[in-house]
Write a protein that binds this ligand. Structure first.
Ligand code: OGA
Ligand code: MN
Length: 287
């Protein structure tokens, strides 16, 4: 059957947070009608799962580009030399990229240390271990909505600082495969300030926008008080009931909205290969 004749089907996987989309072959160009229905579903759910895909680098990039310009990550040693839009998360490396064994093993939203953090990321599984190496996702709309009123009032209008260097250099000091960022690379990622609660530019919904990975303090708040408040918000955000666990199969592509979700990697037996490719879509300044 020609792909154009196939019906796109949306199946909720985890309430109004994750949907699996079937009936679409992402290696082929999508007409505007089909793209619009995927885009609408993305805004409605925040996380889309596509299974059984076979994508070249060019096809992965082409689908991602439908959503916007792509980001080039500051840690250049993880980027495919011929396609720097693709970040390789592989415990063996690929085509000269550095292996990653502990990438994203803490709750975060991608690259929130940028003045304009990415809109979303698309992670494509090439090789997965027989067990473990799942990715956890949590819903930051829900995190905001379930705060008590007093805490909502306390964080209204607060600004927080995001930084890449601390997280990266700490992990670099513990991992021989992770070279320290060069001064030039660090200069690409100065501290940035974002609101603690952001309004999603497309859905208009409010989401909590602080993360354990990169949020290092509250602007104008004493250090201890700031650390305690952030810790409380981090813990609130990752309640088991709000979490979706993605168990990867090779050929899965998962697309998430970085503006209203967080994710983290989990462990697996490093004797097995795990290789994933990520593209990252540029976003707006959070407000
Ligand atoms: C990412 C990420 C987690 C994982 O691709 O941004 O954090 O499980 N990945 O590989
Ligand atoms: Mn990530």
């Amino acid at each position: 059957m020609e792909t154009e004749d196939m019906e796109i089907t949306v199946s909720p996987v985890h309430g109004r947070f994750v949907a699996e989309i079937t009936g679409v072959d992402l290696s082929e160009p999508l007409d505007d009608h089909r793209f619009t229905s995927i885009h609408d579903t993305f805004l409605e759910y925040s996380i889309l799962v596509f299974r059984g895909q076979t994508l070249s680098n060019e096809q992965h990039i082409a689908f991602s580009r439908r959503f916007g310009e792509l980001e080039i990550h500051p840690a250049k040693h993880w980027l495919l030399p011929d396609s720097p839009e693709i970040l390789v998360l592989s415990n063996r490396g690929e085509n000269g990229t550095r292996p990653i064994v502990n990438g994203g093993a803490y709750w975060h939203s991608d690259m929130t240390y940028m003045a304009k953090p990415p809109l979303g990321s698309l992670l494509y599984a090439i090789k997965v271990p027989p067990e473990g190496g799942d990715t956890l996702y949590t819903d930051m709309y829900k995190a905001y909505e379930t705060l008590d009123e007093q805490l909502k009032r306390r964080i209204a209008g607060l600004e927080v600082i995001h930084r890449y260097g601390d997280r990266y250099q700490k992990m670099s000091s513990e991992d021989k495969d992770r070279p320290p960022l060069t001064p030039e690379q660090l200069a690409e990622v100065p501290d940035v300030v974002h609101p603690a609660v952001r309004t999603h530019p497309e859905t208009g919904r409010k989401a909590l926008f602080v993360n354990e990975g990169f949020t290092i303090g509250v602007v104008g708040m004493p250090k201890d008080e700031s650390a305690a408040l952030l810790e409380k918000l981090f813990r609130h955000s990752v309640q088991p009931a709000h979490i979706y666990r993605h168990r990867w199969q090779a050929g899965d592509l998962v697309m998430w909205d970085n503006r209203c979700t967080m994710h983290r990697a989990t462990e697996y037996d490093l004797r097995h290969d795990r290789a994933m490719h990520r593209t990252t879509i540029q976003g707006d300044r959070p407000v």
